[in-house]
Ligand binder design. Sequence first.
Ligand code: ADP
Ligand code: MG
Length: 280
Amino acid sequence: MLRNPTARRPTAPEIGGRAGRDPPLVSTCVTATTESASSTTVAARAVAASKVYGSGEAEVRALDGVDVEFERGRFTAIMGPSGSGKSTLMHCLAGLDRLTSGQVFLGDVDISKLSEKQLTIVRRDRIGFVFQAFNLIPTLSALENITLPESLAGRKPDQAWLDQVIRTVGLQDRLKHRPSELSGGQQQRVAVARALASRPEIIFADEPTGNLDSKSGAHVLEFMRQAVTEFGQTIVMVTHDPSAASVADRVVFLADGRIVDEMASPSADAILDRLKRFGD
Ligand code: ADP
Ligand code: MG
């Protein structure tokens, strides 16, 4: 069993609820619930989020009034056709890009109002990222990559926690290797371990299994699931793979920059059926 004494423990319904929950519930109407948002239960949220790239003829409305909340201790998948705004939403939620209008809250903090400097600190201290392309530093060992955010912040990693993360991702005997000496699956496990090492409030993952073979992908997903269930980690993941999304507690569907549907406790089959209705 994994133990992380300082992370918020998920409450019983969060852990026990998976198997016992109602069958997938498809709601066609996703309403904004910003008034009811509570900082204790909501890790991040977007309010009337719009993002426009370019202008005039070249204008692209990548996000068109998105209202969405991400509960603490939950694993949410974001899905939708290519170009529907998934990466844009993720980047704006994670403070890597700014909205044209609307707001993004991390807990109680409206990050759309922060200066670049403040935003850099929020990203470093409160947010973890996992990208499709791993984004490891080639000249650093696996261990140095995992502890990089803590090193940059001038903090000493919590050794017990670090050991546990490393054991869980199964990288004990790969710590001195450089990324080029690791397989794709191992590199992505280093990236997930790096995101978890500083115990961020929320982890954003954009197609984390997109470059992996199915076995390595399953291993990475299993670890992310474990981080949510056992460590109470909050994860938001973009994926186009229904079986990857079925590992999540909830799937949010985007089309043309809008949230068009969502599903709780999704099965891969139910997700596939819903995606077919997008007609692509
Ligand atoms: P997804 O991740 O769902 O495939 P994106 O969020 O990457 O979609 O893109 C949404 C839309 O915004 C697309 O039409 C895309 O071409 C456009 N877009 C994304 N980034 C930029 C950019 N930097 N400049 C111009 N258009 C962009
Ligand atoms: Mg994308």
